[in-house]
Design a binder for this molecule. Structure first.
Ligand code: OMP
Length: 281
């Protein structure tokens, strides 16, 4: 046991103290260019450190997108390790966006890579895909319980292509996405004040009243900013579950760099809009 309090409880406190905004660290090649940085490991390092220094002491969650680090091979992954460590030291919770998903025995190794406290990429939570069958995530659920970490399971993703899988209707009449949410509700049962097993549900999806989003865990909601959703959309999309929503903004904040004050101001504007939207429900 690591002695860490369960992720859901740590996240609830961070959301209450700092507001629920999650800033994504997505070092797109186009953003490196806009920031006047080289498209190499030096540029990647400067970019990531700037974001951490600008906002890690004030937002609840930072979400580095692993793909943009893996692009540079082992040296990029080394930058990711430093980014995660420095973000956590500055007081943010880190959700590693690596969207892992595989057969159970391999899933166990992915879980060890991100959710075991002595792992170089140890993070507070990990994004995972349930589309090899929810049960294949079992080893990650078990390790998260042991180490006080969490998972964000893709349920209803923000991209338009997601519907062909997630809205598909099963033999029992439920959609695949609703089934994932049902598994999460079972995982979080009895956990107070918030479970550690979250869902990813896009803020872009419009009315989701046919889904039971009240599954006792957090909802990571990407799609605000570059994908077209706004903070004001949150109440209509999430209804009463909006209190448990962690809205992610990546490019919408990052495009204001490289100036740290401008990045911070952009994050605070989104945070304020989100606070007002959640308070309106
Ligand atoms: O799991 C995610 O974070 C995720 C799920 C999803 O349904 N949609 C989605 O956009 N994301 C991620 O959220 C971030 C969105 O970035 P922006 O569109 O720049 O704000 C990217 O890192 C995506 O990989």
């Amino acid at each position: 046991m690591t002695g860490l309090e369960p992720f859901g409880a740590r996240l609830r406190r961070a959301m209450d103290e700092r507001g629920p905004l999650c800033v994504g660290i997505d070092p797109h090649a186009s953003l490196l260019a806009e920031w006047g940085l080289s498209d190499d490991v030096t540029g990647l390092e400067r970019f990531s450190r700037t974001v951490v220094e600008a906002v890690a002491d004030r937002v609840a969650v930072l979400k580095p997108q692993s793909a943009f680090f893996e692009r540079f091979g082992s040296r990029g992954v080394a930058v990711l390790e430093t980014t995660v460590r420095e973000a956590r030291e500055a007081g943010a919770l880190v959700v590693m966006d690596a969207k892992r998903g595989d057969i159970g025995s391999t899933m166990a190794a992915y879980a060890e890579s991100f959710l075991r406290e002595d792992a170089p990429l140890f993070s507070d939570a990990l994004t995972v895909s349930p589309y090899l069958g929810y049960g294949s995530l079992g080893p990650a659920v078990a390790l998260a319980r042991e180490t006080g970490t969490g998972l964000f399971v893709l349920a209803l993703t923000s991209n338009p292509e997601g519907g062909e899988v997630q809205h598909a209707i099963r033999a029992d009449g439920r959609t695949v996405g609703a089934t994932v949410l049902g598994h999460l509700a079972a995982e979080n049962a009895g956990e107070e004040p918030l479970g550690s097993f979250g869902a990813v549900v896009g803020a872009t999806l419009g009315d989701l009243s046919s889904y039971d989003l009240d599954m006792g865990g957090p909802i990571l909601a990407p799609g605000i900013g570059a994908q077209g959703a706004t903070a004001a959309d949150l109440p209509a999309v999430f209804g009463g579950a909006v209190r448990n929503v962690v809205p992610n903004v990546s490019r919408g904040v990052l495009r204001h760099g490289p100036d740290a004050v401008a990045l911070r101001d952009a994050a605070e504007r989104f945070a304020e809009e989100i606070r007002a939207a959640v308070a309106s429900v």
